[in-house]
Design a protein around this ligand. Sequence first.
Ligand code: PLP
Length: 389
Amino acid sequence: MKYNKNLMNLEKYNSFENLSRKIENYKKSNPQHKLISLGVGDVSKPIIKPVAEAMKKAVDDLTDMKSFKGYGSYNGYVFLKQAILENEYKDFNFSYDEIYISAGAKTDTSSILELFDIDSKILINDIMYPVYQAGAASLNRKVSLLKLNEDNAFVAQVPKESYDIIYICSPNNPIGIAYSKDDLKKWIDYARENKAIILYDNVYSSFIREKNIAKTIYEIEGAKEVAIEFRSFSKDLSFTGVRCSYYIIPKEIDKDINKLWKTRTINRFNGAGYIAQKGATASFSKEAKELIKQNIDEYLSVAKELKAIFKEFSFTVYGGANSPYLWVRAPKDLNSWETFELFLKDLEIIIVPGIIFGTAGDNYFRLSSLISKDDLKEIKKRMQNKFIK
Ligand code: PLP
């Protein structure tokens, strides 16, 4: 027996596991202290009523064999596919064969690599959602990294070399910025010229508020020929525990692509849960849409206030306009783990060290605004005791 070497190499990287361990150790030694977490991006709002009610009703369906649902929804129920296509992709004319319902974009964004040749040249940004690199490694794929920094405004510029598969995350985790339509057009042109595929992670689409940011990559001319788009219900529906997501594979990429992927999916996945899919479908009613918008607007207003607080104490802060994340430059002379220790021990505030998102992130840290508004006052008070305005 031999282990997957790529996976073993990943073990030495800085990870969220490492972060959780440090936080747990601190909590054990200081059990009476109240930590404020601006760390791991879980939500702070409950599931909205219309969605919860639909899930309760779905549970009832399962108690009667006339409405019972078992195996069979490998790629998702038509009722949810129809709701998504009508509400999110009205102008794009996708068929049910091009949309896949799944149980979370974390799995989807890496398992999609199974569709492509093992020797495909994969390009990922250095400062990335770390799952892309770890997921690729678990599938024995090798990746190339393209560094993001302040000089390129944290937006990847098209390279001279040719790649087969390109990951783009917009609005971006961890940097919290979104690609403009012009930026995306350059990547789509690049992908068309190089016969490449763009894996477009758009799980934060519901946070987009600015007009020059595309709600979906398919707004950009030519995207249907080259892009697979991923979305998730995790953040807008507080489904981080329920689990439901979807992605689009346009038939324009290749006439056989969906046939091939369906063969794979049927053999590797038994479908997202019926209850989750019923809940997700209920999120497209007028009432639910309004409640979701209110929740996201609140997260965005926390992001704005959090940004203002950090700026007040002379931090350089990026992101937060179309995203729940802020990307902050670490204090001079401190790397990102040292900054994490400083915030944990001196302020009892949890941040995420930038190096977890790639070596180019080591002078930065990430803040999540998916917190309760009530914590902002206390954060400001703790900052006042440590930093000078
Ligand atoms: N993609 C990005 C960029 C994310 O930030 C996350 C979760 O934080 C995911 C995918 C995974 O989402 P899901 O909960 O649907 O697995």
